[in-house]
Design a binder for this molecule. Structure first.
Ligand SMILES: *Cc1c(COP(=O)(O)O)cnc(C)c1O
Length: 431
């Protein structure tokens, strides 16, 4: 198993993260358990800052909190000089309740509710990523009522869609997000925003996909947006102070994933931005980014306890753990691949191939399919790596499962930042 960050195998063959063994974590906090390598999260934030500083551009980097958010994480992001992207009143509330500076929060979403816009305006949220024509008038009215100017970006759909290894340029621009560059809606939106007295238009936003391994798609989108911006300047005299190119930087879940190093990707994006603005004789905007997965994904681990082992001769070996699709939905949802190991027997050679399944009432409740492991025994600890992004955040209460605890580990210390749900939590608010 690949060991990111501070994860190590101890001389006695145990997995340790942040200097704490998996066995000690499971003993103290129970399983299933989400464990975050705090030093690795911080290092990822610092890599973004260093790489962006190296470009010489003015920049901002905001963490896309949908990947994983709790109050401790919001505070950590503030300490690391990151902004925070939120997409709902709930994420906004969580960030504010952690004391996160609202001026460094950006509100996203293709259907921001009036209640969410009011909540954000009252709090003094720093930037609105405007996503639709309908939103423009509503945000303008609500900002006027709140007696404030809403600083905003217009989200555009550049007709480029990125996938892990490739990208496609689509004429159709079929997306629920943003306004199309190709059919004139983006220009219509920009004009409406410039005419709205309570909106302060900082610039343009696009985000073309997730778990992207190379910059080709982003560079293609950037080229289209800069060409469009040159047209907008000619038509309306608009110049963008900010260009937000989204997130989507890929991470290594398994050996099959070979993302380009962040540093190289950011250098290429910055070079293309300089070249493209020079070509169109546009002023150089600030470069804004909003990574989620790449900040927290590899820093997160899930620990499960093995409960039952079933061999179906000639067919498959099943290992059942004490969580499943309620805390690990990405495999069921899109066949995402993960590496697994027996955290208490890291030094043992694989004996056979095993499919790790959860305890929920769905045959699709799979954590990892056909993975090499030593013969698992009930009571073993099973670790899944790279579960830091879109796991806890996508967890559910299917089968009335309790959401696991989340712990941060660093320098041999563990702290519970989210407590495990209790049975009382399950029925809270019910008649
Ligand atoms: C999801 C999302 C991100 C973050 O994506 P990652 O793949 O987690 O980096 C950033 N911006 C927008 C608009 C998003 O929807």
């Amino acid at each position: 198993m690949h060991l990111p960050g501070t994860a190590r195998v101890t001389p006695s063959g145990e997995l340790a993260i942040g200097g704490v063994t998996a066995a000690a974590l499971a003993e103290r906090f129970g399983t299933p358990l989400f464990v975050y390598d705090e030093a690795l999260i911080r290092e990822q934030c610092r890599r973004f800052h260093r790489a962006l500083q190296a470009t010489g551009l003015d920049y901002q980097v905001s963490y896309a909190s949908k990947a994983f958010l709790c109050r401790a994480l919001a505070r950590l992001m503030a300490e690391e000089g990151m902004g925070l992207d939120v997409v709902s009143g709930g994420e906004l509330y969580t960030a504010l309740s952690a004391g996160f500076n609202p001026a460094h929060i950006h509100l996203h979403g293709n259907n921001k509710l009036d209640t969410e816009l009011r909540q954000a305006l009252d709090a003094g949220v720093g930037c609105y990523v405007v996503d639709s024509l309908d939103e423009i008038a509503r945000l303008n009215t609500l900002a006027g009522e709140a007696g404030t100017q809403a600083r905003c970006l217009l989200r555009v759909t550049p007709g480029v869609e990125a996938h892990t290894h490739s990208f496609i340029q689509t004429g159709a621009e079929d997306s629920k997000f943003g306004l199309n560059l190709g059919n004139g809606q983006a220009a219509q939106g920009l004009r409406a925003m410039l005419d709205a007295p309570h909106l302060d238009v900082l610039g343009i936003h696009f985000h073309i996909g997730s778990q992207i391994f190379s910059t080709e798609g982003t560079l293609a989108a950037l080229a289209r947006v800069l060409e469009w911006l040159a047209q907008q300047r000619a038509d309306y005299g608009f110049t963008a102070q900010v260009l937000n190119v989204g997130g989507g930087f890929g991470i290594r879940y398994t050996d099959a994933d070979q993302p380009q190093p962040l540093e190289d990707a950011l250098a290429e994006i910055a070079a293309a931005l300089r070249a493209g603005t020079a070509e169109h004789d546009l002023p150089l905007p600030q470069l804004w980014l909003e990574p989620g997965r790449s900040v927290v994904g590899e820093a997160g681990w899930t620990l499960y306890r093995v409960g039952t082992v079933k061999a179906i001769a000639g067919v498959r070996n099943y290992v059942s753990v004490d969580g499943g699709m309620s805390d690990h939905i990405r495999t069921a949802l899109y066949g995402a691949e993960y590496e697994v190991a027996l955290a208490n027997r890291m030094d043992e050679a694989a004996a056979d191939s095993y499919t790790v399944v959860g305890k929920l009432c769905e045959s699709g409740d799979v954590v990892a399919r056909d993975k090499p492991l030593p013969h698992p025994q009930p009571g073993d600890l099973l670790a899944v790596s790279c579960t830091g992004a879109y796991h806890y955040a996508m967890s559910s209460r299917y089968n009335a499962m309790l959401r696991p605890a989340v712990v941060f580990v660093q320098d041999g210390q563990a702290r519970e930042v989210v407590r495990r749900e209790t049975l009382e939590d399950l029925v809270r608010g019910q008649e």
